[in-house]
Design a protein around this ligand. Sequence first.
Ligand code: CO
Length: 159
Amino acid sequence: MICDIKIYGSNELRKVSKPIVEITDEIKEILNNLVETMQNVKGVGLAAPQIGIDKRMFVIDVGDGNVRKVINPKIIELSDEIESNEEGCLSIPGVYKPVKRAKYIKIEYTDVNGKLVVEEATELLARAFQHEYDHLEAILFVDRVSPVAKRMIAKNYNF
Ligand code: CO
C-alpha cells in the first residue's frame, strides 16, 4: 500500500521512535508499505515516522539490488572523517542542501527474518543509514544545515 508521506512541520516527524519488540505480520506489512511508498516516488530511503508510525524501522534502496528492511538499528561506529554532500528528504520536498556526515558507518540491525545483520558502509549507503537513523531520533536533515539555511527552509514551509 502506498502511504501518505508526512511533511516538514508534522508532529509525527518530531517523535522519538520506540523499539520493535516482535516482528509481527503488522510490522512486516508496514515495512512492505514503506518500500512501496519509497519506490513510488523513487526515494533512496524512508523511515516509519515519515508515514506516521513511531517505531524504529526504515527501508533503504541505494540501487545496489539489496532493498534493506532495517529494524531496531544501532550505530556501532562512525568515522571521524566527515564528508559533505547534497541531501534531500521525502518529507521536505524540493529542498536539497549539503549536509556533513561521517564518511564511514558500522551499523547493526535486525532484518525482517529476525536475523542480526552487521553492515559497514561508505558513500551513499553510509549517508542513507545516517539520514534514516536520524528520523528515528526525530532529527531532520535541515537540523544539520546552517541556522540561516534552516530559517530560509522553514519560511518556505510557512512556519
Ligand atoms: Co528523510
